[in-house]
Every structure is written in C-alpha cells, then in structure tokens.
Design a protein around this ligand. Structure first.
Ligand SMILES: O=C(O)[C@H](O)[C@@H](O)[C@H](O)[C@H](O)COP(=O)(O)O
Ligand code: SF4
Length: 606
C-alpha cells in the first residue's frame, strides 16, 4: 500500500530541504566505492600489518584480491548488561565469515556508557557527548580501509546512534547492526518504580531498594523497559539495519546465535563485489528516516531520539527537524504499551507480536514507506514476520499474524491506544522544547503553575526531602544544556516529582537538559533551546513566575509582561565545578562546540 499522503508530503519536504547536503554526501559515497576489494588500495606493508595476526588461511585470503573482509565494530564491556554478551560475538562472526569464504576482523572497539550506572552521577555529564565520541572511535577502526562490509555490535542509548553516524559516514560500505537482545523479565518495571517512590518518601530503606533494583536488573541483556536502548532496537529494525526479527531475541539462545551468523553471511553478500550491493548511505534515505520516526511514535519511544535521529540523519546529509517529528506525531497512532507507557516490558512486547506485528499494522494503513532498501533486500513487507529457529541452526521466518497476541500490549491499527504518538514539539516565549505525553495522564497534559528555579537536580531532591515542595509548581532546572554540563538526563527527578504528582499536586518540569527514555509519568518540557548558558529565555525565569506548559497546543510560555521579561538580565551560573572530575576535564572542547538541541546537540555537525 502506498504511504499515506501526509507521510509522503513530510518526506518530500525533507527531501527538498536535504537536497544540497544529500547530493554532496552521495557524490562522496560513490567516489569512495569501487568494484575491487577495499584493501586493494593499500601498500604491501599496510596490508601485512593489517593481517599480521590472522590465521594462515586468513593471511592467504587477505593477501589475495578476491576474499571479502568484514570489519566488526564492537562496544563490548562488562558495564552494560546489554553489551556484555558481545564478548563472544567476534569468534562466532569469524566462524560464520569463514563458512561464507570471507574473513572477519575486529576493526576496533568503541566506548559505551551505561546510563543506568551514571544516572544522577557526574558521569552522566559525559553521556550525550559519548555518542559523537563513539562515532569518532568507530571511524578510527574503519579508517584502516581493510573492509568490504561492516557489522556493528551495539545496543544502548548513545551507542547505536554513534555507531549509526559512523556507518553512514562510511556509507559506501554495507552495514548490519547485530543486537544482543533483552534481559529476561525480572521484577516488573512498575513494581521497581513503586519501591523507588517509597524510598524517596523514606518509607523503605536502602536494603529494600537495592533488592528491588537487583531483581529488576539481574543478568545479561538490555534492561526490559522501553527506554532509549530498546527504542534503538526498534529503529534499527524499522530502518532496515537489522535482519528481520533480530531486535528482541534474548541473549544466549540458539536463535540469537543463528541471527548473528545469518547477519554475518548477509553482510558479506551485499558488498560492492556482489550482485546486491547495499551501501549503508544509499540504503538509508529520507524514507528510512521517516520510517524510524513513525516507529518512534507508534511505540512511544525515547525522547532522546529527538536529538539522536537528527544527528544520525545529518550523517547521511539528511536534514530532519523537530517540526517533522512533531507533525508525524500528529499522524501516527500509539500501538504499543510498554513501560513507561504501560505495564508490559519488551519481552511481553515481543511475545505479543513484536516488531513484525507493529510493522504489519503500520503498513496496512500506509504509515510506513514500504519501498525502502534494507540489509535484507527490498521493502518493509519482509519485516512483517515472526522469527523462529529453523532446521540445523538456521533462521525461519513466517508472515506475522494479523491478530495481536496481547491487545493490552500491542494494539491493532484499527483500535490504537492513542490517536497520536504523543511526542510533541513545544514553542513559545521560552524557546523550543519537546515533550512526550504517551506516559502522562490526559489531565496532566496542561500544567499552569508558579516556577521554582533550580540549577542542579540535587537541589530539587533536597527541597523535596525538606518538605518544601508540597504544592503546585513547575520545576525549572536550567544550566543543564550541552554547553553547560553536557546535557545530562535528570531521571532521578522522576521519583520525587512522581510522589508529589501522586499526592495530587499539579507539577511539571521545564529544563534545557534531558530525561531518560525510561522517564514518563511527569509532564516534562525538555531539550529547551536556546539553553541557559547560551542566553536562552529560560535564564530569565524567576521563582514565582507563572508558567504554562500546554502539550495539547504545543506551547511553553512564561506568563509575564513581555516588556518586563525582555528587560530582565540573563541569570548566570558558576559552572566551574562541572569542568573537572570523573573525566569532565577531557570534554571541555565538546562543551564549547556542542550544537543546539534542535540540531541534535552534536559536536560533529553545526
Ligand atoms: O534513555 C534511557 O533509556 C535511559 O538512559 C536508560 O538507558 C537508563 O539506563 C535509565 O536511567 C535506566 O533507568 P533507571 O535509572 O530507572 O534504572
Ligand atoms: S538500557 Fe540503560 S541501564 Fe540498561 S544496560 Fe543499557 S544503558 Fe545500561
């Protein structure tokens, strides 16, 4: 079915806007590609260094000019439960590559931060910058120019966006993302959240809290809430970077290994030397990006992608804007209820039909571009499948049922949970921002209350503990933008603000910082730009100013006389304590050069 006319017109305007940068990008991509093995441009010494540690068979293969070489970029470490399974992937990939007559080498590793470990800690101030650093680090591995195709091992928050920027920067090469899959279900996410609120109220101690957290985060695999990491898996599948059905298969299972081996062989089948050459930078075009945004809305995905998707698209010369994202939100219904947008976790989502059901439902109504290229071939229809382990460790796919296996978790397109995606752009006299309301009750979509201004999230937690916040108010947490302190997630504010909201107070958050993809129940206007340190109006707000956050109208306003507000000086903050400690001293140039949130808050693109 052709795409809905409204989707088509948004796609067309992105194509028009992107034409100058996209044309330059494609010209460069085509000049970097040739019908010989990429390593053929290297000298003998270069090559000898490149295959020095290969097996004799590998050396012989790479000394020739026909065997294909697969570059692996890995983000393995023991910090992220989602990335720990990657420790064993290179050996499996090398074996599968050899079975396909090719060679596979780890081209390089990239850093990976667990936002759960750093949440509320100074390390979170490096989190967003790690995305661009990951892209740069992957580029270091790939610039060896030994590779005819690539596979990327990454799952979590900034890692997949950073790897995607790298894959599109090396867009002349095919690229397949290989995930590790979700952790098996532990303590339900809403149970975990309840214990946190009880701890915030002083009703349970640290021992009970740690026990609940440890039952929730208990083993290898991605945390099971629908945060940025699982939004990444959804994006990689719906944009065609995953093999169909790869996103949500648990680690350490035969099907997981079968999918990894299949992806390896597919990556070697789609090089410039074969008949299905699929360079990542041509595979991903404006339609793929729009499909990603549609998937984000249909699943209530992470607000972080209002930053990352802009930077990912920009890496391929595609200029995506918040207005595009907001306009698509008005068209795309919410079809998934996964925590924080519901009680289910991502394993339940998969069991209910998962990505195959979601894609099939969106295609039924023309809400996805079907005529897209993917690593699997042509068209999104191939992803409307259910994936199973076949004979002899192969992957078997069959058309997905048209009936959701759990309508409480995955709704049919005819009866969505909400008529739109609930990820809105906000405009007004405080600048631009975004808000996700798919997890916010309708009676909280408009909040008008006096401002209480904070320059640090700890101040709010202290004020809450001192009982000073038992009222209606809008917390303005500023100097949290990329140039101030790296634009940390302020997810630790969810429990205290959630308690106050549950006590009946009308509360909201306005910040030039971020929230976690796992945040949700409290209305939050985030990514406000211009940021305070750049002289944004947010730096003029005073305690007591009436603020109106209206997620229905898409407005964010301070209700103060315009002339009086304009005459106010911008408040300045002493950020010197943010310039050192736990590695922050290494990122001064990132803080200086970070772009604005509505351009992706990147140091790589203006
Ligand atoms: O954007 C995201 O999805 C979050 O950064 C997520 O990756 C992070 O790990 C959360 O902070 C975990 O949630 P808790 O902090 O509630 O465990
Ligand atoms: S989902 Fe978040 S907390 Fe879980 S492993 Fe990934 S980064 Fe860490």
């Amino acid at each position: 079915m052709p795409a809905d006319s409204r989707i088509m017109s948004i796609t067309k305007r992105i194509v028009e806007r992107s034409r100058p940068t996209r044309d330059i990008y494609l010209d460069r991509l085509r000049s970097a590609s040739h019908k010989k093995v990429q390593r053929s441009v290297l000298g003998c010494a270069n090559l000898a260094h490149g295959f020095a540690v290969c097996s004799p068979a590998g050396k012989e293969a790479l000394a020739g000019d026909s065997a294909l070489n697969l570059g692996i970029i890995t983000s393995y470490n023991d910090m992220l439960s989602a990335h720990q399974p990657f420790e064993t992937y290179p050996a499996l990939i090398r074996q599968a590559a050899a079975e396909a007559g090719g060679v596979a080498q780890v081209a390089g590793g990239v850093p990976a931060m667990c936002d759960g470990v750093t949440q509320g800690q100074p390390g979170m101030e490096l989190s967003l910058f790690s995305r661009d650093l990951i892209a740069m680090a992957a580029g270091i591995g790939l610039t060896h120019n030994m590779f005819d195709s690539t596979v990327y091992l990454g799952v979590c928050d900034k890692i997949v966006p950073g790897l995607t920027i790298a894959a599109l920067t090396f867009g002349h090469l095919p690229a397949i993302f290989i995930p590790a899959g979700p952790m098996t279900s532990g303590l339900p996410n809403d149970e975990k959240a309840k214990i946190r609120q009880l701890y915030a109220e002083g009703k349970v101690g640290r021992a009970e809290l740690l026990e609940a957290e440890s039952k929730s985060y208990h083993g290898p695999g991605t945390c099971t809430f629908y945060g940025t990491a699982n939004s990444n898996q959804m994006l990689m599948e719906i944009m065609g970077f995953h093999m169909p059905g790869a996103s949500f298969i648990n680690p350490g299972t035969p099907l997981r290994d079968a999918l990894t081996k299949e992806a390896t062989k597919r990556a070697l089948a789609i090089t410039a030397l074969g008949n299905e050459y699929t360079p990542a930078g041509e595979m991903i075009d404006e339609r793929s990006i729009v499909n990603g945004v549609v998937g984000l809305h249909a699943t209530g995905g992470s607000t972080n992608h209002t930053l990352h998707l802009l930077a990912m698209a920009r890496a391929a010369g595609i200029m995506l804007t918040w207005q595009d994202i907001s306009d698509l939100s008005d068209i795309v219904p919410l079809l998934a209820r996964v925590y924080p947008n519901g009680l289910a976790d991502v394993n339940h989502f998969h069991a209910a039909g998962g990505m195959g059901f979601l894609i099939a439902q969106l295609l039924k109504k023309g809400l996805l571009h079907d005529d897209v290229r993917t690593v699997f071939g042509q068209g999104m229809e191939a992803y409307a499948i259910d994936v199973r382990l076949g004979e002899n460790g192969t992957v078997r796919r069959e058309p997905i049922s048209d009936v959701s296996a759990d309508p409480r978790v995955l709704a049919p397109i005819e009866a969505p949970f909400q008529p739109n995606g609930g990820l809105k752009m906000l405009t007004g006299n405080l600048g631009n921002g975004v808000i996700k309301v798919s997890a916010v009750k309708p009676d909280r979509h408009v909040i008008e209350a006096p401002a209480i201004v904070f320059h640090d999230q700890q101040e709010i937690q202290d004020a809450f503990k001192a009982g000073k916040l038992e009222k209606d108010f809008i917390a303005v947490v500023r100097f949290q933008g990329p140039k101030a302190n790296g634009m940390p997630e302020l997810h630790k504010l969810t429990p205290p603000l959630g308690v106050l909201q549950d006590r009946g107070f009308r509360v909201a958050l306005v910040t030039d910082g971020r929230m976690s993809g796992a945040s949700g129940k409290v209305p939050a206007a985030i990514h406000v730009t211009p940021e305070a340190v750049d002289g944004g109006p947010i730096a003029k707000i005073r305690d007591g100013d009436l603020i109106r956050l209206d997620a229905v109208a898409g407005t964010l306003e301070v209700l103060v006389d315009a002339a009086e507000f304009a005459a106010r000086p911008h408040v300045e903050a002493d950020l010197s304590a943010k310039e050192f400690g736990l590695g922050r001293e290494l990122f001064a140039s990132f803080r200086r050069n970070a772009g604005p949130a509505d351009h992706g808050a990147s140091v790589l693109f203006a």
